[in-house]
Design a protein around this ligand. Sequence first.
Ligand SMILES: N[C@@H](CC(=O)c1ccccc1NC=O)C(=O)O
Ligand SMILES: [Zn+2]
Ligand SMILES: [Zn+2]
Length: 207
Amino acid sequence: MAKKEIFDISMELNAETPEWPGDRPFEYSLSVTKEQSGSVNVGEIKSSTHMGTHIDAPFHYDDDGLKIEEMPLDVYLTSAQVVDVQELGEVGVENLPEPEEGVTAILLKSCSWSDRQQFPETWPVFSGAIAEWMKAKGIRLLGVDVPSVDQQHSKELPMHQSMNKHGRYILEGVVLDHIEPGVYQLAALPLKITGAEGSPVRAVLYR
Ligand SMILES: N[C@@H](CC(=O)c1ccccc1NC=O)C(=O)O
Ligand SMILES: [Zn+2]
Ligand SMILES: [Zn+2]
């Protein structure tokens, strides 16, 4: 078998990773040094669950929604198609190609968040009709290369709600600038945090 080609599509997590405005920044530090313990360095992390490349559990926007440890894992281990949606202010169904055979995730490459040390001022609007289209095509996961599938100041969260209503799942903050459109295997598993409404993931594409 040929060697696996692995493409990292995750953001780095460090003190410069931009948090959602008003949310807590990411922190990693050594709480115990090897010198102190005589044996090991031990770290601790503080983070929002919506930091960097992450997934939303439905409980993020629906009090009765699934929590992170209840989420199906096969949604995040699947064939994924990277689709070019660059230069679009609004992304609708008319901008999406017929998915390739066997694909159950679509990753939208907008290239609208180039400086990952700044929270972006704007990003494309994703039409709620995409969720219905996904359901009709058997696509279970939508990935976006921006902080959210809705706009920053939205309170109604029409896209999140439409995805939930149609039983579709959300992956946010992937990095696709270096990825050619096409079909890959995706792995992007959440941490098993009891009761949580989101989790950072290490997202990779491979083939
Ligand atoms: N919906 C966004 C996150 C979000 O809305 C948010 C994240 C942290 C703190 C506040 C937030 N939203 C509204 O106050 C997301 O899906 O990641
Ligand atoms: Zn989120
Ligand atoms: Zn979200």
